[in-house]
Write a protein of this length. Structure first.
Length: 397
Protein backbone atom coordinates (compact mmCIF):
# COMPACT_ATOMS: atom_id res chain seq x y z
CA UNK A 1 0.00 0.00 0.00
CA UNK A 2 2.60 2.51 -1.16
CA UNK A 3 2.24 6.05 -2.37
CA UNK A 4 1.18 7.08 -5.87
CA UNK A 5 4.79 7.70 -7.04
CA UNK A 6 5.77 4.24 -5.87
CA UNK A 7 2.79 2.82 -7.71
CA UNK A 8 3.91 4.51 -10.90
CA UNK A 9 7.45 3.21 -10.43
CA UNK A 10 6.26 -0.36 -10.02
CA UNK A 11 4.04 -0.15 -13.05
CA UNK A 12 6.83 1.33 -15.16
CA UNK A 13 9.68 -0.92 -14.05
CA UNK A 14 8.01 -4.23 -13.46
CA UNK A 15 5.12 -4.49 -15.87
CA UNK A 16 5.71 -2.71 -19.15
CA UNK A 17 4.41 -5.91 -20.73
CA UNK A 18 0.96 -5.02 -19.39
CA UNK A 19 0.92 -1.82 -21.40
CA UNK A 20 2.11 -3.64 -24.50
CA UNK A 21 -0.55 -6.29 -24.10
CA UNK A 22 -3.27 -3.67 -23.94
CA UNK A 23 -2.37 -2.80 -27.51
CA UNK A 24 -2.96 0.93 -27.41
CA UNK A 25 -3.76 2.12 -23.93
CA UNK A 26 -5.15 5.36 -25.34
CA UNK A 27 -8.35 3.55 -26.26
CA UNK A 28 -8.83 2.68 -22.58
CA UNK A 29 -7.77 6.05 -21.20
CA UNK A 30 -10.21 8.89 -21.88
CA UNK A 31 -8.38 12.15 -22.50
CA UNK A 32 -9.02 15.28 -20.51
CA UNK A 33 -9.47 13.50 -17.16
CA UNK A 34 -6.76 13.16 -14.55
CA UNK A 35 -6.68 10.24 -12.16
CA UNK A 36 -5.19 10.89 -8.75
CA UNK A 37 -4.61 7.36 -7.44
CA UNK A 38 -3.24 5.81 -4.31
CA UNK A 39 -1.66 2.41 -4.51
CA UNK A 40 -4.32 0.75 -2.34
CA UNK A 41 -7.14 2.03 -4.54
CA UNK A 42 -9.49 -0.71 -5.69
CA UNK A 43 -12.35 -0.66 -8.11
CA UNK A 44 -15.45 0.48 -6.30
CA UNK A 45 -17.50 -1.53 -8.76
CA UNK A 46 -15.74 -4.83 -8.01
CA UNK A 47 -16.99 -7.28 -5.42
CA UNK A 48 -15.44 -7.34 -1.91
CA UNK A 49 -13.82 -10.69 -2.62
CA UNK A 50 -11.87 -9.14 -5.48
CA UNK A 51 -10.75 -6.02 -3.62
CA UNK A 52 -6.98 -6.45 -3.30
CA UNK A 53 -4.44 -3.62 -3.36
CA UNK A 54 -3.46 -2.84 -6.94
CA UNK A 55 0.18 -2.45 -5.95
CA UNK A 56 0.23 -5.97 -4.54
CA UNK A 57 -1.43 -7.39 -7.62
CA UNK A 58 1.12 -5.77 -9.92
CA UNK A 59 4.17 -6.16 -7.71
CA UNK A 60 7.09 -7.87 -9.54
CA UNK A 61 7.45 -10.26 -6.63
CA UNK A 62 3.86 -11.55 -6.82
CA UNK A 63 3.55 -14.97 -8.40
CA UNK A 64 -0.20 -15.23 -8.74
CA UNK A 65 -1.82 -16.15 -12.02
CA UNK A 66 -3.26 -12.64 -12.15
CA UNK A 67 0.14 -10.96 -12.37
CA UNK A 68 1.43 -13.48 -14.85
CA UNK A 69 -1.32 -12.51 -17.23
CA UNK A 70 -1.74 -9.10 -18.77
CA UNK A 71 -4.92 -7.46 -19.99
CA UNK A 72 -7.13 -10.39 -19.08
CA UNK A 73 -5.52 -10.61 -15.65
CA UNK A 74 -6.29 -7.01 -14.79
CA UNK A 75 -9.81 -7.37 -16.03
CA UNK A 76 -10.34 -10.56 -14.07
CA UNK A 77 -8.90 -9.17 -10.88
CA UNK A 78 -10.27 -5.66 -10.84
CA UNK A 79 -12.61 -5.08 -13.73
CA UNK A 80 -12.41 -2.45 -16.48
CA UNK A 81 -12.28 0.60 -14.20
CA UNK A 82 -9.04 -0.37 -12.52
CA UNK A 83 -7.54 -1.41 -15.85
CA UNK A 84 -8.26 2.11 -17.10
CA UNK A 85 -6.66 3.55 -13.97
CA UNK A 86 -3.58 1.38 -14.47
CA UNK A 87 -3.26 2.69 -18.00
CA UNK A 88 -3.54 6.24 -16.76
CA UNK A 89 -0.81 5.60 -14.23
CA UNK A 90 1.52 4.24 -16.89
CA UNK A 91 0.79 7.05 -19.30
CA UNK A 92 1.26 9.59 -16.52
CA UNK A 93 4.59 8.02 -15.57
CA UNK A 94 5.84 8.13 -19.13
CA UNK A 95 4.72 11.73 -19.49
CA UNK A 96 6.63 12.71 -16.37
CA UNK A 97 9.72 10.85 -17.61
CA UNK A 98 9.56 12.70 -20.89
CA UNK A 99 9.37 16.02 -19.05
CA UNK A 100 12.40 15.13 -16.97
CA UNK A 101 14.47 14.25 -20.04
CA UNK A 102 13.31 17.14 -22.23
CA UNK A 103 16.28 19.47 -22.83
CA UNK A 104 16.02 22.83 -24.54
CA UNK A 105 18.36 25.76 -25.13
CA UNK A 106 16.75 29.03 -26.18
CA UNK A 107 13.69 27.13 -27.36
CA UNK A 108 15.67 24.57 -29.38
CA UNK A 109 15.22 20.91 -28.47
CA UNK A 110 18.47 19.02 -27.93
CA UNK A 111 17.73 15.46 -28.95
CA UNK A 112 18.70 12.54 -26.75
CA UNK A 113 21.25 11.04 -29.14
CA UNK A 114 24.98 10.90 -29.79
CA UNK A 115 27.58 11.53 -32.46
CA UNK A 116 29.73 8.57 -33.37
CA UNK A 117 33.36 9.40 -34.18
CA UNK A 118 36.43 7.44 -35.19
CA UNK A 119 40.09 7.08 -34.40
CA UNK A 120 42.15 8.89 -37.02
CA UNK A 121 45.72 10.13 -37.38
CA UNK A 122 46.68 13.70 -38.00
CA UNK A 123 49.57 16.00 -38.88
CA UNK A 124 49.74 19.62 -37.78
CA UNK A 125 51.67 22.02 -40.03
CA UNK A 126 52.55 25.62 -39.29
CA UNK A 127 52.69 27.73 -42.44
CA UNK A 128 54.08 31.25 -42.56
CA UNK A 129 54.16 33.88 -45.29
CA UNK A 130 55.17 37.47 -45.96
CA UNK A 131 51.72 38.84 -45.17
CA UNK A 132 48.11 37.88 -44.56
CA UNK A 133 47.25 37.88 -48.26
CA UNK A 134 49.73 35.17 -49.23
CA UNK A 135 49.11 33.23 -46.03
CA UNK A 136 45.41 33.08 -46.83
CA UNK A 137 46.19 32.00 -50.40
CA UNK A 138 48.40 29.16 -49.15
CA UNK A 139 45.85 27.91 -46.62
CA UNK A 140 42.98 28.01 -49.11
CA UNK A 141 45.00 26.09 -51.69
CA UNK A 142 46.22 23.46 -49.24
CA UNK A 143 42.81 22.79 -47.69
CA UNK A 144 40.92 22.47 -50.97
CA UNK A 145 39.23 19.22 -52.01
CA UNK A 146 39.46 17.68 -48.55
CA UNK A 147 35.97 17.73 -47.09
CA UNK A 148 35.53 14.00 -46.50
CA UNK A 149 37.85 11.01 -46.36
CA UNK A 150 35.11 9.05 -48.13
CA UNK A 151 36.36 10.30 -51.49
CA UNK A 152 39.16 12.78 -50.72
CA UNK A 153 42.72 11.83 -49.80
CA UNK A 154 42.35 13.49 -46.39
CA UNK A 155 40.29 15.88 -44.30
CA UNK A 156 42.00 19.20 -43.75
CA UNK A 157 41.26 22.62 -42.36
CA UNK A 158 42.56 25.72 -40.66
CA UNK A 159 42.91 25.12 -36.94
CA UNK A 160 43.81 28.73 -36.13
CA UNK A 161 45.83 31.70 -37.27
CA UNK A 162 49.05 32.57 -35.45
CA UNK A 163 50.45 35.96 -34.56
CA UNK A 164 53.98 36.75 -35.64
CA UNK A 165 55.20 36.26 -32.06
CA UNK A 166 53.93 32.66 -32.13
CA UNK A 167 55.66 31.47 -35.33
CA UNK A 168 59.21 30.13 -35.78
CA UNK A 169 60.26 32.89 -38.19
CA UNK A 170 58.35 35.84 -36.75
CA UNK A 171 55.96 36.17 -39.69
CA UNK A 172 52.16 35.80 -39.90
CA UNK A 173 51.25 32.13 -39.62
CA UNK A 174 48.52 29.52 -39.61
CA UNK A 175 48.17 26.04 -38.14
CA UNK A 176 46.66 23.46 -40.49
CA UNK A 177 45.41 20.02 -39.46
CA UNK A 178 45.45 17.07 -41.88
CA UNK A 179 43.52 13.92 -40.94
CA UNK A 180 43.81 10.44 -42.42
CA UNK A 181 43.18 6.88 -41.32
CA UNK A 182 46.84 5.90 -41.00
CA UNK A 183 50.37 7.34 -40.79
CA UNK A 184 51.13 5.56 -44.06
CA UNK A 185 48.32 7.38 -45.85
CA UNK A 186 49.44 10.71 -44.45
CA UNK A 187 53.02 9.99 -45.52
CA UNK A 188 51.79 10.28 -49.10
CA UNK A 189 49.14 12.98 -48.68
CA UNK A 190 51.05 15.58 -46.67
CA UNK A 191 54.22 15.93 -48.80
CA UNK A 192 52.13 15.92 -51.97
CA UNK A 193 49.86 18.73 -50.76
CA UNK A 194 52.80 20.68 -49.32
CA UNK A 195 54.69 20.47 -52.59
CA UNK A 196 51.77 21.34 -54.85
CA UNK A 197 50.00 23.91 -52.67
CA UNK A 198 52.54 25.49 -50.29
CA UNK A 199 55.83 25.46 -52.15
CA UNK A 200 54.08 26.99 -55.16
CA UNK A 201 52.67 29.89 -53.11
CA UNK A 202 54.94 32.97 -52.92
CA UNK A 203 56.97 33.58 -49.72
CA UNK A 204 55.76 30.55 -47.71
CA UNK A 205 57.68 28.38 -45.25
CA UNK A 206 56.46 25.16 -43.61
CA UNK A 207 57.18 23.79 -40.13
CA UNK A 208 56.12 20.74 -38.12
CA UNK A 209 53.40 21.94 -35.75
CA UNK A 210 53.82 19.10 -33.24
CA UNK A 211 56.69 18.55 -30.84
CA UNK A 212 55.85 14.85 -30.35
CA UNK A 213 53.67 12.07 -31.75
CA UNK A 214 53.38 8.34 -32.22
CA UNK A 215 55.66 8.44 -35.27
CA UNK A 216 57.20 10.73 -37.89
CA UNK A 217 56.79 10.96 -41.64
CA UNK A 218 58.95 12.50 -44.33
CA UNK A 219 58.07 16.07 -45.30
CA UNK A 220 60.93 18.15 -46.72
CA UNK A 221 62.89 14.93 -46.97
CA UNK A 222 60.63 14.03 -49.91
CA UNK A 223 60.10 17.48 -51.42
CA UNK A 224 63.82 18.41 -51.42
CA UNK A 225 64.39 16.57 -54.69
CA UNK A 226 62.53 19.33 -56.49
CA UNK A 227 65.73 21.33 -55.94
CA UNK A 228 67.44 19.07 -58.49
CA UNK A 229 70.64 18.83 -56.49
CA UNK A 230 70.80 22.52 -55.55
CA UNK A 231 68.87 22.06 -52.30
CA UNK A 232 70.67 22.56 -49.00
CA UNK A 233 69.92 21.23 -45.51
CA UNK A 234 70.27 23.24 -42.35
CA UNK A 235 70.20 22.03 -38.73
CA UNK A 236 68.72 24.54 -36.27
CA UNK A 237 68.09 23.68 -32.62
CA UNK A 238 68.22 19.97 -33.39
CA UNK A 239 65.63 20.28 -36.19
CA UNK A 240 66.59 19.74 -39.81
CA UNK A 241 65.25 21.98 -42.55
CA UNK A 242 65.61 22.05 -46.31
CA UNK A 243 66.26 25.17 -48.39
CA UNK A 244 64.94 24.58 -51.87
CA UNK A 245 65.78 27.18 -54.53
CA UNK A 246 62.72 28.74 -56.17
CA UNK A 247 62.13 31.75 -58.38
CA UNK A 248 61.60 34.26 -55.54
CA UNK A 249 64.46 32.96 -53.38
CA UNK A 250 64.24 29.84 -51.23
CA UNK A 251 61.42 27.64 -49.96
CA UNK A 252 62.11 26.53 -46.36
CA UNK A 253 60.48 23.30 -45.15
CA UNK A 254 61.09 21.01 -42.19
CA UNK A 255 62.66 17.61 -42.85
CA UNK A 256 60.08 15.47 -40.94
CA UNK A 257 56.63 15.89 -39.42
CA UNK A 258 55.08 14.15 -36.43
CA UNK A 259 51.89 12.08 -36.74
CA UNK A 260 49.66 11.58 -33.73
CA UNK A 261 46.32 10.01 -32.80
CA UNK A 262 43.22 12.15 -33.28
CA UNK A 263 39.44 11.90 -33.45
CA UNK A 264 37.42 12.33 -36.63
CA UNK A 265 33.70 12.56 -37.22
CA UNK A 266 32.25 14.43 -34.28
CA UNK A 267 29.12 16.11 -35.58
CA UNK A 268 25.93 18.02 -34.94
CA UNK A 269 22.86 18.31 -37.18
CA UNK A 270 21.01 21.62 -37.06
CA UNK A 271 17.33 21.52 -38.02
CA UNK A 272 15.57 24.78 -38.83
CA UNK A 273 12.09 25.88 -39.78
CA UNK A 274 13.52 27.34 -42.99
CA UNK A 275 16.73 27.07 -44.98
CA UNK A 276 17.79 30.60 -44.01
CA UNK A 277 17.17 30.02 -40.31
CA UNK A 278 19.20 26.79 -40.38
CA UNK A 279 21.96 28.47 -42.37
CA UNK A 280 22.26 31.37 -39.95
CA UNK A 281 22.37 28.92 -37.04
CA UNK A 282 25.12 26.95 -38.78
CA UNK A 283 27.19 30.10 -39.22
CA UNK A 284 26.80 30.93 -35.53
CA UNK A 285 27.94 27.42 -34.67
CA UNK A 286 31.00 27.63 -36.93
CA UNK A 287 32.00 30.99 -35.47
CA UNK A 288 31.88 29.44 -31.99
CA UNK A 289 33.75 26.29 -33.02
CA UNK A 290 36.47 28.36 -34.69
CA UNK A 291 37.38 29.70 -31.26
CA UNK A 292 38.06 26.20 -29.91
CA UNK A 293 41.72 25.16 -30.35
CA UNK A 294 42.69 21.79 -31.75
CA UNK A 295 39.76 21.23 -34.12
CA UNK A 296 38.75 21.75 -37.73
CA UNK A 297 35.45 21.65 -39.66
CA UNK A 298 36.54 20.32 -43.07
CA UNK A 299 33.42 20.97 -45.19
CA UNK A 300 32.86 24.18 -47.20
CA UNK A 301 32.51 27.01 -44.73
CA UNK A 302 32.47 24.27 -42.09
CA UNK A 303 29.01 23.09 -43.14
CA UNK A 304 27.70 20.06 -45.08
CA UNK A 305 24.35 20.25 -46.84
CA UNK A 306 24.69 16.72 -48.24
CA UNK A 307 24.98 14.55 -45.17
CA UNK A 308 25.45 10.92 -46.10
CA UNK A 309 24.72 7.39 -44.97
CA UNK A 310 26.88 4.32 -45.50
CA UNK A 311 26.18 2.45 -48.73
CA UNK A 312 23.71 2.89 -51.55
CA UNK A 313 21.15 1.02 -53.60
CA UNK A 314 23.59 1.52 -56.48
CA UNK A 315 26.46 -0.92 -56.60
CA UNK A 316 29.90 0.50 -55.97
CA UNK A 317 28.91 3.64 -54.08
CA UNK A 318 30.43 3.95 -50.61
CA UNK A 319 27.89 6.51 -49.45
CA UNK A 320 24.63 8.11 -50.50
CA UNK A 321 22.32 10.89 -49.38
CA UNK A 322 21.08 10.88 -45.80
CA UNK A 323 17.46 10.49 -46.88
CA UNK A 324 16.22 10.50 -43.28
CA UNK A 325 17.16 14.19 -43.07
CA UNK A 326 15.94 15.29 -46.51
CA UNK A 327 12.76 17.38 -46.13
CA UNK A 328 11.58 16.69 -49.68
CA UNK A 329 11.53 12.94 -48.94
CA UNK A 330 9.01 13.12 -46.11
CA UNK A 331 6.35 10.55 -46.85
CA UNK A 332 8.58 8.66 -49.28
CA UNK A 333 11.24 7.54 -46.79
CA UNK A 334 11.49 7.28 -43.00
CA UNK A 335 12.33 10.70 -41.54
CA UNK A 336 14.40 11.77 -38.55
CA UNK A 337 13.58 15.42 -39.03
CA UNK A 338 11.85 17.03 -36.11
CA UNK A 339 8.31 18.25 -36.63
CA UNK A 340 8.42 21.71 -38.17
CA UNK A 341 11.95 21.34 -39.54
CA UNK A 342 12.30 22.04 -43.26
CA UNK A 343 16.08 22.25 -43.64
CA UNK A 344 19.06 20.61 -41.97
CA UNK A 345 22.80 21.20 -41.98
CA UNK A 346 25.54 19.00 -40.59
CA UNK A 347 28.76 20.23 -39.04
CA UNK A 348 31.53 17.62 -38.93
CA UNK A 349 34.34 18.15 -36.44
CA UNK A 350 37.80 16.55 -36.46
CA UNK A 351 40.05 17.15 -33.48
CA UNK A 352 43.43 16.49 -31.97
CA UNK A 353 41.81 14.67 -29.05
CA UNK A 354 38.46 13.69 -27.54
CA UNK A 355 38.12 16.69 -25.17
CA UNK A 356 38.71 19.12 -28.05
CA UNK A 357 35.94 17.57 -30.15
CA UNK A 358 33.59 17.54 -27.16
CA UNK A 359 34.28 21.21 -26.41
CA UNK A 360 33.72 22.16 -30.06
CA UNK A 361 30.43 20.27 -30.26
CA UNK A 362 29.15 21.89 -27.06
CA UNK A 363 30.16 25.35 -28.30
CA UNK A 364 28.45 24.73 -31.64
CA UNK A 365 25.22 23.50 -30.06
CA UNK A 366 24.94 26.46 -27.70
CA UNK A 367 25.63 28.96 -30.47
CA UNK A 368 23.25 27.37 -32.98
CA UNK A 369 20.27 27.08 -30.64
CA UNK A 370 17.71 29.85 -30.97
CA UNK A 371 14.55 31.08 -32.58
CA UNK A 372 13.41 28.99 -35.53
CA UNK A 373 15.90 26.19 -34.83
CA UNK A 374 13.55 23.32 -34.06
CA UNK A 375 16.09 20.74 -32.94
CA UNK A 376 19.76 19.82 -32.85
CA UNK A 377 20.65 16.17 -33.29
CA UNK A 378 23.68 14.13 -34.40
CA UNK A 379 24.59 11.30 -36.73
CA UNK A 380 25.69 7.85 -35.63
CA UNK A 381 25.80 4.22 -36.70
CA UNK A 382 24.11 2.77 -33.67
CA UNK A 383 27.41 2.72 -31.80
CA UNK A 384 28.69 -0.19 -33.88
CA UNK A 385 31.46 1.47 -35.89
CA UNK A 386 33.02 4.41 -34.07
CA UNK A 387 35.06 4.22 -30.88
CA UNK A 388 33.97 7.63 -29.61
CA UNK A 389 30.39 8.47 -28.63
CA UNK A 390 29.57 12.10 -27.89
CA UNK A 391 26.16 12.27 -26.19
CA UNK A 392 24.69 15.70 -26.85
CA UNK A 393 22.97 16.21 -23.52
CA UNK A 394 26.02 15.05 -21.58
CA UNK A 395 28.15 17.59 -23.42
CA UNK A 396 25.90 20.36 -22.12
CA UNK A 397 25.70 19.12 -18.53
Amino acid sequence: MGSAPRMKEKLATGHLSILKALGSCKQFCPSGREFGPVASKVCSQSSPSRQRPLAKCLSPGTTSATTRSTQSGILACFGPSVMIQACRLLVGHESLAQQRTHVEINGTRIEDTFAEAFRMRYVRLVVTAHDEHWLDAAVREFTGYSSSIISCDSETGLERTLASDDTPDGRPGAAILIFGFSPEALATVVPNRAGQCLMTCPTTAVYDGLSAGEKRIALGKTIRYFGDGFQKSKLIGGRRFWRIPVMDGEFLIEHMAHVDKGVGGGNIIIQGETQLVALEAARRAIAAIDRVPGVITPFPGGVARSGSKVGSRYKGLKASTADEYCPTLRGRAPSKLAEGANAAYEIVIDGMDEPSVAAAMAAGIRAAAGSGVVAISAGNYGGKLGKFHFHLRQLLA
